[in-house]
Design a protein around this ligand. Structure first.
Ligand SMILES: [Zn+2]
Length: 83
């Protein structure tokens, strides 16, 4: 009888561990999915570098949105457009 209780107890521990791991796995997958959106790559029209949209500098020029990797690229691009 004592052995039966022990096995039931063991099964319960294994079950809760399994549930814990499944939960941890699915939540980390969700985190990765949410991260994917701002990681979309956009091209810097000045230096032709690809940067993640989330960390790019956005500037609207002549009705179009441009993304730049740094402030210098933005300024140089606008200067080139003017001249
Ligand atoms: Zn750049």
């Amino acid at each position: 009888m004592l052995r039966l209780i022990f096995f039931v107890f063991l099964a319960l521990i294994l079950y809760s561990l399994l549930r814990f791991f499944l939960k941890a796995m699915s939540s980390s997958e969700k985190k990765r999915d949410r991260k994917q959106d701002p990681e979309e790559l956009v091209q810097d029209p000045y230096c032709q570098t690809y940067i993640p949209k989330g960390s790019a500098l956005k500037k609207r020029v002549a009705g179009r949105d441009y993304y730049f990797c740094k402030k210098e690229c933005l300024e140089n691009f606008i200067q080139n457009k003017k001249s």
